[in-house]
Design a protein around this ligand. Structure first.
Ligand code: SF4
Length: 210
């Protein structure tokens, strides 16, 4: 698919998310600002970027029932997933180490707008990887792990979001290492009004989205 068509699809997705969750997005500002003020952090000042993060939090809230971090998928382990609820248990450690939380929603109080731009670019490099997509088969395994969470970056769901914008037709076959990722994809497909099913595949799982 051409770069122009991929960008158009991404923009369409953004608008759909915005319209679907717009009342939730406004409500989110309250806890986001409250947390930032309490901790002396700055909230990401870029409206498009911030809205995208909030749409992903709203999607996660609908899929998992809790506002799991917009950059990671639920693990299925209740204790770990609790730590991933935004603002997550890792945010303060991330900010102390790098100046921002992993997703660049929050940053140190002295972060400038330009610092946010640079941080967002770094994150995009980690997430907009060259996918292991051959024809309509996406293998989501063997990606790097985040330092302190030891979770995939990008996780299978983020890879699928990219792949769906790149393939010109469905079905999309997705190989995932963990059964929980396959279950998450089924939830995601339901949200997007797509059909999905999965089955064991070698030592992993194959999900078909159509
Ligand atoms: S990394 Fe940032 S956006 Fe993600 S859950 Fe933690 S605080 Fe929220």
């Amino acid at each position: 698919m051409s770069k122009w068509k991929t960008t158009a699809k991404m923009y369409k997705d953004f608008m759909k998310g915005y319209l679907r969750y717009r009342s939730d997005l406004k409500k989110m500002d309250q806890w986001i600002q409250k947390y930032a003020e309490r901790k002396g952090f700055r909230v990401n000042p870029h409206p498009m970027y911030l809205t995208n993060l909030k749409i992903w939090i709203a999607e996660n809230q609908e899929m998992y029932g809790t506002r799991i971090c917009p950059c990671f998928e639920a693990t299925g382990d209740a204790k770990t997933d609790r730590k991933l609820i935004c603002p997550c248990s890792f945010a303060e450690e991330d900010i102390a180490k790098t100046g921002t939380c992993h997703c660049k929603l929050f940053a140190r109080g002295d972060f400038t707008d330009a610092d946010f731009v640079a941080a967002e670019k770094d994150l995009m490099k980690e997430y907009r990887i060259s996918l292991n997509l051959v024809g309509n088969i996406l293998d989501t395994r063997d990606v790097p792990k985040s330092d302190n969470r030891q979770m995939d970056v990008p996780d299978p769901l983020h890879q699928i979001k990219q792949a769906l914008n790149q393939v010109s037709s469905l079905p999309l076959e997705v190989i995932v290492a963990r059964e929980q990722s396959a279950i998450n994809i089924l939830q995601f497909a339901k949200l997007k009004k797509l059909n999905a099913e999965f089955k064991p595949f070698e030592d992993a799982f194959m999900v078909t989205i159509q």
